[in-house]
Design a protein around this ligand. Structure first.
Ligand SMILES: [Ca+2]
Length: 396
């Protein structure tokens, strides 16, 4: 029994000792754990700091990224912007180009329109000329008709006169008396021959009649054709007339006076230049005074025609020749202009001037056959005819 006890005791003591050892070990472990915990805390703190740092760095990185992103965006924007600028430039150039084109186009269109308008105006003008010409022809035809009526009337009167004369002759049984009733070329109708006319109690005289320019019944009072007759003549020659009735001549101031005083007369001047172009001047009431008035061109009446009114400043002027200076110039126009005319100072016409054989323009000279209003001063005419005719309209 005691042995067992001892054994048991021993075992118990051993067991207590063993527990004590275990407790020690636990304590040691507990210390170790405590230490570990601290370490962990430290580590945690370190990690926290590191984490913070890491987060900050992360943020910086993010902002870096953002910056670079923004930079990228900016670069993109700039690139787009410059692309837009390029496009803008192109568009601006295109707009400018279009504007220029539009201007050019509208200019061209305007020019074309203007051209059309000009052409239209020209056409209208040519039609107007044709219409005027036709109106003139109609007027001339009317005048012709009037002339013919007059001739018929004249012939009827003549027939009656002849009948009467025959009766008288039978009664008187005397020889015939030569007598003319023909007071103007109107009596000879459509004639271009030389006829004898008796305009008043004075002597009958021969005149060339002319029906080719402006109807029937005109008497030629002056004619220039070829320079075959000299026109620079003295007072007496201009008074009496000179030249050849079938060629160049001047009828004479005295006859001109007698004719225009016996009945109202119109004057028709026909001009031809060296290009064979013609024009005319028509005055509806020409009157020439007698010698006591120095054959003053008392009146011309109203002008009408294509040649211009170059004789207007001769109206109311006396006739002058190289030996009779009746003009208003200090010099002698007749001497300077080489002809006889109703010179003023000296005027714009010189139809009795010196004949030239060519189409010459004599600048600053006075002596040619000129009619300033038609071709300008100094141009000489190839041919001229001055015609007069009793006014038909006043013969009522
Ligand atoms: Ca003078």
């Amino acid at each position: 029994m005691t042995k067992t006890f001892h054994v048991l005791l021993l075992i118990s003591i051993f067991q207590v000792l063993n527990v004590q050892a275990n407790l020690l070990e636990i304590l040691q472990i507990q210390n170790k754990l405590k230490k570990s915990y601290n370490d962990i805390e430290k580590l945690q703190a370190t990690y926290k700091t590191k984490l913070k740092e890491a987060i900050t760095r992360e943020n910086e990185n993010a902002s870096q990224d953002l910056k670079s992103q923004i930079n990228d965006e900016l670069i993109k924007c700039r690139e787009e912007n410059s692309a837009f600028e390029v496009l803008n430039k192109i568009y601006a150039e295109q707009i400018e180009d279009l504007q220029r084109k539009t201007t050019i186009d509208s200019d061209a269109i305007l020019k074309e329109k203007q051209l059309l308008i000009d052409e239209g105006l020209e056409t209208i003008s040519s039609y107007t000329t044709i219409i005027n010409e036709q109106a003139k022809q109609i007027e001339l035809l009317k005048e012709d008709l009037q002339v013919k009526d007059q001739i018929i009337f004249h012939l009827e009167t003549k027939t009656k006169d002849i009948t009467d004369k025959f009766k008288n002759l039978e009664d008187l049984s005397t020889t015939s008396i030569t007598e003319t009733d023909d007071t103007s070329c109107l009596a000879f109708g459509d004639s271009n021959d030389v006829h004898l006319i008796k305009i008043d109690d004075g002597e009958a005289f021969e005149v060339p009649c002319e029906s080719r320019f402006a109807g029937n019944g005109w008497t030629v009072i002056q004619r220039r054709l070829d320079g075959s007759v000299k026109f620079n003549r003295n007072w007496l020659e201009y008074k009496e007339g000179f030249g050849n009735l079938s060629g160049e001549f001047f009828i004479g101031l005295e006859k001109l006076h007698r004719m225009t005083v016996a009945r109202p007369h119109e004057l028709y001047i026909h001009l031809i230049n060296f290009h064979n172009e013609s024009s005319y001047a028509h005055y509806d009431n020409i009157v020439i005074d007698g010698e006591s008035e120095l054959y003053t061109l008392r009146g011309l009446g109203t002008f009408e025609g294509t040649a211009g009114d170059s004789m207007r400043d001769n109206e109311q002027q006396k006739f002058s020749t190289y030996d009779r200076d009746n003009d208003l110039s200090e010099a002698s126009c007749a001497v300077n202009c080489l002809g006889g005319w109703w010179y003023n100072k000296c005027g714009s016409s010189n139809l009795n001037g010196q004949y030239t054989q060519q189409d010459d323009y004599y600048d600053n000279t006075d002596f040619g056959i000129y009619w300033d209003e038609w071709l300008g001063p100094g141009y000489t005419m190839k041919a001229v005819q001055m015609l007069i005719r009793p006014k038909i309209n006043t013969e009522k």
